[in-house]
Each structure stands twice: as C-alpha cells, then as structure tokens.
Design a protein around this ligand. Sequence first.
Ligand code: NDP
Length: 284
Amino acid sequence: MVNSVMFPGGARVPALGMGTWALGDSAERRTQEIASLRLGLDLGLRVVDTAEMYGAGRSERLVGEAIAGRRDEVFLVTKVLPSNASRAGVAASCRASLRRLGTDRIDLYLLHWRGAVPLGETIGAFERLKREGLIGAWGVSNFDVGDLDDLARVASPDPCAANQILYSLDYRGVEFDLLEADRRRSIVTMAYSPLGQGGDLLHQPVLERIADRHETSLGPATPAQVALAWVLRQPGMLAIPKAGSPQHQRENVAATELVLTSEDLAAIDRSIPPPRRKVPLAMI
Ligand code: NDP
C-alpha cells in the first residue's frame, strides 16, 4: 500500500510519484513512455513531475498527451528555470508550461534551482499566479539548509510547499540536516533520482542480497525496488522515480509493498554509511 504525503495546503497524494526527465526525447520510445505514465495513474499514482527545462518542453508536451482527459487524476508539478525566475519571466514561463501541458492549472510550481533573481521577486510572482488560479501551490528545488533560511526571511502569505532534492543511496548527505530542516518547516521533501538514474547503484551487492530476501506481488524483489523502498521509508517523503516503460512503472509501484527489516537497514548502513557531518547538497 502506498503511503500518502500531505502538503501544507492540505492536498494529500501517494508518496510515490512519477518523474519525466528525458521522456519525449525519443520518437521510438514515445508510445511506451505515455503508456507508462497512464499505467501509473491506473495503479493509483497521482504526482507527475516535469519541468520547462526537460527536453526544452518535450517532457511537458508528452505529459500533456499522457494526461489528456484525465487531468483530475493528476497532481501536476512543473518547474521554472532560474533564468526565467523574474516577475515577468515566471508569468511567461507558467503560461507556456500550461499550454504545453494542455491544462489551465499547475498543482505545484517549483523554482528549479536558486539563481541570480532575488527570492522575494520569484515568490511574489508565484503568489500572483496563485491569486490568478494558475497554480495551487509553490515550492523550490535543490535548496540546502542555508537557502531555506534565506527563503524563510521572504514574507509570503503562503508557505513553501515542497523542496525537491537529490536523495538516494548514492547521496545520503541530506540525512544529516536537510531532511529535518524541511520537516521542521512542514515542507514536503521530494526525492529526485531515487534509483541513482538507473546506474551503478542498482548493482550494489547489498541491494542484491536484500532483494533476494524479499518478494512482491510481481515475484522476487529487485535491487531497484529495494533502493526505492529505502527512500520511501522516510516519513513524509515523496519519491519520483522515472519509469520509461510500463514494466518499470509496475515494478516501482510494487516496491511500495516492501517493508525493509531493521536487519536490512543495518546491512545498508554498513555498506553505505549515513553522513556524520554536513555534506553540501549535491545536484544533478
Ligand atoms: P531515477 O533515479 O528515477 O532513474 C531513472 C532510471 O532508472 C531510468 O534509466 C529508468 O529506466 C530506470 N528505472 C526506472 N524504474 C526502474 C526499475 N523498476 N528497475 C530498473 N530500472 C528502473 O532518475 P531521474 O534522474 O530520472 O530522476 C527521477 C525524476 O526526478 C526525473 O525524471 C525528474 O522528474 C526529477 N529530477 C529533478 C531534478 C531537479 O533538479 N529538480 C533533477 C533530476 C531529476 P527506463 O527509463 O528504461 O524505465
């Protein structure tokens, strides 16, 4: 059963969402990518994460196609680039994203990472979009503890709803302080690249050993499912793996059935130790 996560505004969503970076980049894969997102919705997922940056709009267009006729089933997240984060830039970017997504509202609009535009100006622009009904909530991405402190000094009627950050077994540094800093402010942490982008992480012997001890309704567990279940073990965490095929989407949903034992978690800690000191937030 997928846990749920509540945003400060009261919206509740399943803790497993769907990433879409690089979706739409290949004509050959397009049909299965759309099928993957639709299957995710069929299986009860709600959060779809995209960005104006991904494929220069191709990801948003593909998402628009995948969710056509099903908008109400989706909690739609997209992001504005820091280079577009001025008052006028945010307004223009949001409208362009809405057009590509084929919808009249974005549920959560994020600043993709911090740039040169003062935070107060960007947040002011987000608040305006909210008053106009174009977005439901706003948040940030790639913000470390100091950035959150700076953000807290910006007066705003609505709280920051989310901080989307790199969190996986490859990048545990945020466990030292950032996860707690988000929680303290009731900011939902969204874990991006939770599968280590499908790279070496999925061949870690410790994950293979743990996978051998577990099953899901689909059969023997896989290292990817263990990696995902490990991220999702954090209370209040929303993970957004990208599955480019229905098979991977199904496996990711089944990963929510896994309950890692204290023995599993201890084995992981021995192989990939948690941080003992501050590690600056990494970004992909
Ligand atoms: P992920 O960690 O989600 O890894 C995606 C890779 O894992 C793909 O190669 C995918 O292959 C593979 N994969 C997916 N499911 C499985 C499975 N069950 N078993 C084995 N392999 C699997 O990396 P992403 O970088 O895509 O991160 C997820 C999302 O986070 C992005 O898509 C994006 O939405 C967001 N993001 C946000 C960033 C930010 O700055 N805010 C930065 C980076 C990502 P296949 O495609 O074949 O399914």
